[in-house]
Design a protein around this ligand. Structure first.
Ligand SMILES: Cc1ncc(C[n+]2csc(CCOP(=O)(O)OP(=O)(O)O)c2C)c(N)n1
Ligand SMILES: [Mg+2]
Length: 390
């Protein structure tokens, strides 16, 4: 399957942030002036965030990169069963995540775990979920990468593509009924826009005027189906137009663009109470997940060209020019994260599995008789496991 050329990500939308109109040129909103013939820094008319925000964005992206690398290695060693990384997509994840208020709800797809960390999910909770151990708040019931925690308003992802989107719509409508200005963000990939649930969510969001952001990370692949095999629409953003919703398009590898555009769109949703759709154009430079080998179905020379547009590499010169980052600080950051991860993994791996009894918790207020009988039977049939572990 052919895919969008990396050159597309360098088109400049000089008119600023505005919704895409059907049939119009598919311009991308950008901030970093690092395209061919550009001089570095930011494009004319664009603002540079505060030093504090620049550092937060960079550190959060670097954390995601380091965690992903470590977890892929653990899966290869047979220590966790599965992992889906955000490699190359960190700007779309972190730039949008940092544009939200702590009170907003995040309803993720597979690659937004970095937002849970950004919002305060501890590294322990993150790693426990990957191991599904006795300290996992989900009690080992989900595949890895299905993080979720009420405290950080990050909903556990549903493995089924796109059905999280109307959950996001519903959460935002509930907030409106309560009369607060909380919004919800429903994340999806490009492939999700071909699902019936996507269209249901778009229709209900638009018609009911739900204060929801529907955010598409167009990484140009849905496992082995390229975006040109996925849809005949020239952009994902223009799909919003058909529902009467504003759709925006942003360079998903330019974290300052994603952050600025999402901040603007989120403020508009809060101001108007209406939904919006954002397409962040990026590229899945790695495999779909640890169960995938992209070299079997795509031209990896295109992937190499996208790696040159790596979001960390693109932001770093701006930080260095402002004296905020250098090789020494980078090395210290990487080694600190590696140490913290090592300690968390050691602890999580040594933890006991969730108790067998916990299988029967949390569905009924009082466990019904047939499940009590099954629980007893299971206790009997696993007694030897407990005995042999002593
Ligand atoms: C309803 C449904 N159909 C198929 C699958 C299998 N599946 C898992 S991920 C995936 C591709 C998703 O692609 P995209 O939405 O672009 O997200 P990405 O993985 O690229 O971030 C598919 C088809 C599924 N999980 N759910
Ligand atoms: Mg995709």
């Amino acid at each position: 399957m052919s895919s969008v050329s990396p050159a597309e990500s360098s088109s400049v939308d000089s008119a600023g942030i505005h919704p895409v109109v059907a049939g119009a040129a598919p311009g991308l909103y950008r901030v970093l002036a690092d395209g061919p013939g550009e001089t570095g820094g930011v494009l004319a008319g664009r603002e540079v965030p505060s030093d504090e925000t620049l550092l937060r964005l960079y550190r959060a992206m670097a954390l995601v990169r380091a965690v992903d690398e470590r977890m892929i290695t653990l899966q290869r060693q047979g220590r966790i069963s599965f992992y889906g990384a955000a490699t190359g997509q960190e700007a779309a994840v972190i730039g949008s995540g940092l544009a939200l208020e702590a009170t907003d709800w995040v309803v993720p797809a597979l690659r937004e775990g970095g937002i849970a960390l950004l919002r305060g999910l501890s590294l322990s909770d993150y790693v426990n979920q990957l191991f599904g151990n006795g300290s996992d708040i989900e009690k080992g019931r989900q595949m890895p990468c299905h993080y979720g925690h009420r405290d950080v308003r990050y909903v556990t992802l549903s493995s089924c593509i796109a059905n999280q989107l109307f959950h996001a719509v519903g959460i935002s409508l509930a907030a409106r009924l309560r009369g607060d200005d909380t919004i919800a963000v429903g994340y999806m990939g490009d492939g999700a826009t071909s699902e019936g649930d996507f269209h249901v969510a778009m229709e209900f969001a638009a018609r009911l005027r739900a204060p929801v952001l529907l955010f598409c990370q167009n990484n140009q692949w849905a496992i082995s189906t390229g975006v040109r095999g996925q849809t005949l629409a020239a952009t994902m953003a223009q799909k919003a137009h058909g529902y009467g919703m504003d759709g925006y398009r942003v360079d998903g590898n330019d974290v300052l663009a994603v952050h600025a555009l999402t901040s603007h769109v989120v403020a508009e949703i809060r101001r108007t109470g209406r939904p919006a759709f954002v397409e962040a154009l990026t590229y899945r430079v790695g495999a779909h997940s640890t169960s995938d080998d992209p070299s079997r179905y795509r031209d990896e020379s295109i992937t190499e060209r996208w790696k040159e547009r790596d979001p960390l590499r693109r932001l770093r010169p701006l930080l260095e020019a402002r004296g905020l980052w250098d090789d020494a600080r980078d090395a210290a950051f990487i080694s600190d994260v590696a140490e913290r991860l090592k300690a968390e993994v050691q602890r999580a791996e040594a933890d006991a599995p969730p108790s067998i009894d916990s299988l029967f918790d949390d569905v009924y207020a009082a466990v019904p008789p047939h499940l009590v009988a099954q629980r007893e039977a299971l206790r009997g049939s696993t007694a030897h496991l407990k005995a042999s572990s002593h």
